[in-house]
Design a protein around this ligand. Sequence first.
Ligand SMILES: C[S@@+](CC[C@H](N)C(=O)[O-])C[C@H]1O[C@@H](n2cnc3c(N)ncnc32)[C@H](O)[C@@H]1O
Length: 274
Amino acid sequence: MTDQVKYRNEYLLVRSAAETNIGYLLHGAIEQHGHMRIADVGTGTGIWLRELAEALPENCQLDGFDLSDAMFPSQDELPRNIKFYHQNLLEPFPTELIGQYDVVNIRLMVVALSAGEWGPAVRNLMTLLKPGGCLQWIDCIAHECVIKGVPEGKQANHAFYFHDLFRRVLISLGKTPNIAALHGIFQDSGLEACEEDIITLDRPSAREELSLTVVDGINNCLTAALGLHELDQVESVDEIQQLREKALGDLHSTGCYYCYDAYVILGRKAGVTN
Ligand SMILES: C[S@@+](CC[C@H](N)C(=O)[O-])C[C@H]1O[C@@H](n2cnc3c(N)ncnc32)[C@H](O)[C@@H]1O
């Protein structure tokens, strides 16, 4: 059995609020109107939907889907137009939801899906769309994060090591999606007018917060992976904690920061929206 098959459908629990910071919730090419129905798949806490609810008229219907309901807020904390559903995005959606959505959004699945699952995921998400509806996928190249801002004469070996450990563990578990391939997957799946925005997350005012998010994301991911498997690369949660502290130490003492690219891929289902 290949690693890719062995670890299918297994999610490494990285549920910290990752800051994608791309500057918009809906891509500018998406036409908006006052009674849109929008799905957010892999919604987590529903943070994206809750931000969207503040920006759209309340006649819009906003539905969140997730494999786990552990992060769903209670319904009385939510605007009435947001609902949550328990759903694995790799399995067929309920018949009554097929073809119902103007927009399907999916954000930050990079460590959730194994390499061979991206195409099936796109094709399953497309079933939710009305003709003319848009699939928007926002993700980041977690494996290719770089460290910037190391002052001359100083080193940030612990910060480098912590990210490299994360990368090696993801590779060993078959979680090696090539986000750059998503645009092609959209096209091959029959989506039209496909677009790709690549945004380097390097805004000086957001660097510190983004770096902390990266460190916590790596920490959560490694801890979850260790809970599920024996890893060759790291032995205990204590070891992960120590590596985390050392990486944070480098960030603080040198002023260096983690930086990566966010990708937004957009495609439209053939046909005309009603
Ligand atoms: C990193 S979180 C992102 C949450 C949210 N989209 C955001 O941007 O804050 C990934 C989410 O995807 C969910 N997830 C992972 N695999 C999934 C699957 N196969 N089907 C549905 N949800 C899944 C996880 O439970 C988690 O809530």
